[in-house]
Design a protein around this ligand. Structure first.
Ligand SMILES: [Zn+2]
Length: 310
């Protein structure tokens, strides 16, 4: 740990030195510099901020936030930020040490503090954005924070937030329409880790289990737990096991094989994808997840294309 922190400190010092030499990046015209942790948080800030806001995103697309180890350049990035926006909880708990190392005086906005959270065995589930109504709350908090950092841009942030909120409400109602068209006994979910609790609560899906029975991908299943999950899949008639983007699907495939279930499309849970992928933005990722889930739940009978407007 000490090595990591001194590494970060050295990097931060180097970053400050470099920025003192003249930061001629193409975002120099931006009114606010924001550092965001995960791709989905960065996407929300870009939606609200538009051209006035330069967004530095710490995590690359398709990477697992639970296992991220900060780089020296992260502290340097933070040192230049006016506002730091994090997802919160176990997902980006590594941010604290980077903030300390960077010496930044940026305002910090932790989105999980502004949403409705669920608790599992006394632990707060950090995957709040998988219920679009929580994303609406987060977008409101981002608009307020940007307006405070840049009062001249406040009206524009509010306008952009309102347009995005409308898109999020449409997203929520189209997912609800898609899922409610599938008979409840078919809506049984097995994923890589316990990431989809908010989505399942919102859209009436029963979570049967996860290859890693934990809110973090850093958890591990014992051989007994994996065997129990295989039995439960067989007993409850789960048709499909869904791997998640950003994690290895090895265990999921083995479990599906053993239980005689199919392997479904990879879900965008803790990350978003690169440009051009079906998860390049939050809205695209949620639509794509819903289509993959509907396809898996119904054995390809329903791909939800109509309800999703696709
Ligand atoms: Zn997760």
């Amino acid at each position: 740990m000490r090595t990591i922190i001194s590494f970060i400190l050295a990097g931060a010092a180097l970053g400050l030195l470099l920025s003192a030499c003249g930061d001629s990046g193409d975002d120099s015209g931006a009114a606010v510099h924001v550092t965001a942790t995960t791709p989905q948080v960065a996407d929300f800030v870009r939606e609200v901020g538009g051209d006035r806001v330069a967004v530095d995103q710490i995590l690359s697309p398709s990477s697992d936030p639970h296992e991220y180890e900060p780089r020296p350049s992260d502290a340097a990035t933070l040192a230049d930020a006016d506002l730091v926006v994090s997802s919160g909880g176990d997902l980006d708990s590594w941010l604290g040490q980077v903030v300390d190392a960077s010496g930044t005086d940026a305002t910090e906005l932790t989105l999980i503090d502004h949403v409705e959270t669920r608790t599992v065995d006394g632990e707060t589930d950090p995957h709040w954005w998988l219920d679009p109504r929580n994303t609406e709350l987060a977008v409101g908090a981002i608009a307020d924070a940007l307006a405070e950092a840049d009062p001249d841009g406040a009206a524009g942030y509010r306008r952009r937030a309102d347009a995005y909120l409308k898109e999020l409400r449409d997203l929520d109602s189209s997912i609800a329409a898609c899922m409610s068209a599938i008979p409840a006994p078919e809506r049984k979910l097995v994923t890589s880790h316990d990431a989809l609790g908010y989505y399942a609560d919102r859209y009436g899906i029963e979570v049967i289990g996860a290859a890693i029975p934990s809110l973090s991908t850093q958890g591990q299943a014992s051989a007994g737990e994996t065997a129990d999950l295989v039995d439960t899949i067989k007993r409850t008639g789960v048709s499909t096991v869904f791997p998640e983007e950003g994690t290895s699907a090895k265990l999921e495939r083995a479990i599906a094989d053993e239980a005689g279930a199919k392997v479904g499309g990879e879900l965008w849970t803790d990350t978003l994808g690169p440009d051009g992928s079906d998860g390049a933005t939050y809205v695209e990722a949620m639509r794509s997840n819903t289509a993959k889930l509907a396809d898996g739940f119904t054995d390809g009978r329903d791909d939800c294309a109509e309800a999703l407007g696709g």
